[in-house]
Design a protein around this ligand. Structure first.
Ligand code: FES
Ligand SMILES: [Fe+2]
Length: 402
């Protein structure tokens, strides 16, 4: 470790040995992750803005839970989640990925119909069945909200409530204006690699001076901080936060300069205006209270990255499909623009961020086949890659391999 490091030393429970490659290529580990982690943990599946009003809904493929889910806002305003499975003969009830203001759901196969609360409403030729309709609603999945984020838990009886599961991290982010942000862009992509490679790529800033030299030159490092060392790393029991450094002297491109001038939206330049109450941040945001803070990545175990910054938030999820394939999805949120200049700046924000994200994703499919070569057994990690160790350790414990 370098002389300026020291985050890892604050957490003696963290194993500092090289990190084995095996969990990234092992079908056995993948099955354990499925059964012991993803089918038991609280999983972020969307945001309240997708199910704001009664009849708003979205569906999602959840290969790692062996199911597809339907999340819907009921007539009573409550958000519920169901397996998207018709109780007649198992067809998918909703074939749409999302919708607004619907009255209920009708299965296309034989037209059984369900209410927004999942109850079975009726079926054609009902007199020809002997059954109890009250027992044949859609199978409900535990669902709860935290700061406008929709979580589900596939367990029959979750071990923790969502609030207990999020613990200190959830409490430390209370008071941030989460609800002020609206979605402006989404990317979803299937990648031929293990899901952890993708999450790892967003779990450190060590790659910034190399991989992001074109998209963000001088944004995350400076003479004072040549390697872009993180501002803070805080490990909780199962979650953790890393906070990135922003160079206060960076020279933005001409387009980015206009963005900064006209918009409170995404910028990596520290800008501590009080417009969004950011001078009164809760303890979980910019936890080291640094003047050179760019953004935080709150890593919510097992597969959700929730970014907080000055003027934007970002939700990223990494969904395992098989040991060597996954789906990456990310949505950027900003405070909705109020002027034409802010609207144009928003587009610049999107372009700026996507440039960076596409670079981040560029490495993962090049890495996965190399892990099968036998030429690398373990990853060598620096103090700046502590988040990767935390994730690996919490996962190993959860699957009984620690
Ligand atoms: S399977 Fe849905 S109505 Fe028959
Ligand atoms: Fe990156």
């Amino acid at each position: 470790m370098g002389k300026e490091s020291g985050f890892t030393q604050q957490y003696p429970r963290i194993d500092t040995a090289p990190l084995p490659v095996e969990p990234y290529i092992s079908a056995e580990t993948f099955e354990l992750e499925k059964e012991r982690v993803f089918k038991r943990s609280w999983l972020s599946v969307g945001r309240r803005d997708q199910v704001r009003e009664p009849g708003d809904f979205f569906t999602r493929d959840l290969e790692i839970g062996d199911t597809k889910i339907l999340v819907v806002c009921g007539a009573d305003g409550q958000v519920r989640a169901f397996h998207n499975v018709c109780q007649h003969r198992g067809h998918q009830v909703s074939l749409e990925s999302e919708g607004r203001g619907c009255q209920g759901f009708i299965c296309e196969f034989h037209n059984w119909s369900y209410g927004l609360d999942g109850s079975l409403k009726g079926m054609p030729d009902a007199d020809n069945f002997v059954l109890d309709k009250t027992q044949l609603g859609l199978r409900e999945i535990h669902c709860d909200l935290w700061e406008d984020n929709v979580f589900i838990n596939l367990a029959a009886a979750p071990e923790h409530t969502l609030a207990e599961y999020l613990g200190d991290l959830g409490r430390d982010l209370s008071g941030f204006p989460h609800q002020d942000y609206a979605p402006i862009a989404t990317i979803s992509s299937e990648l031929q690699c293990n899901w952890k490679l993708v999450m790892d790529a967003f779990n450190e800033a060590y790659h910034v001076i190399g991989l992001h030299r074109r998209s963000a030159p001088g944004a995350f490092n400076s003479e004072d901080n040549p390697f872009g060392h993180l501002q803070a790393v805080k490990l909780h029991e199962r979650h953790w936060t890393i906070s990135a450094y922003a160079n206060p002297q960076q020279t933005p491109s001409a387009a980015a300069g206009l963005n900064i001038q006209y918009s409170a939206a995404a910028t990596y330049v520290p800008k501590h205006s009080d417009e969004q109450g950011l001078t009164k941040l809760p303890p979980g945001v910019n936890p080291s209270q640094s003047d050179t803070w760019a953004f935080d990545v709150h890593q919510i175990f097992p597969n959700f990255s929730y970014y907080t910054a000055n003027g934007w938030i970002l939700c990223q999820r990494y969904w395992p499909i098989s040991v060597d394939s996954c789906r990456y999805e990310t949505t950027l949120y900003t405070v909705p623009p109020k002027t034409a200049a802010e609207r144009v700046a928003m587009e610049q924000t999107i372009i700026m961020l996507w440039d960076v994200v596409l670079e981040d994703l560029s490495t993962v499919e090049r890495t996965q086949p190399m892990l099968l070569s036998g030429a690398i057994d373990a990853f060598q990690l620096s103090d700046m890659e502590l988040g990767i160790r935390q994730h690996a350790q919490v996962l190993a414990q959860a699957i009984g391999k620690a």
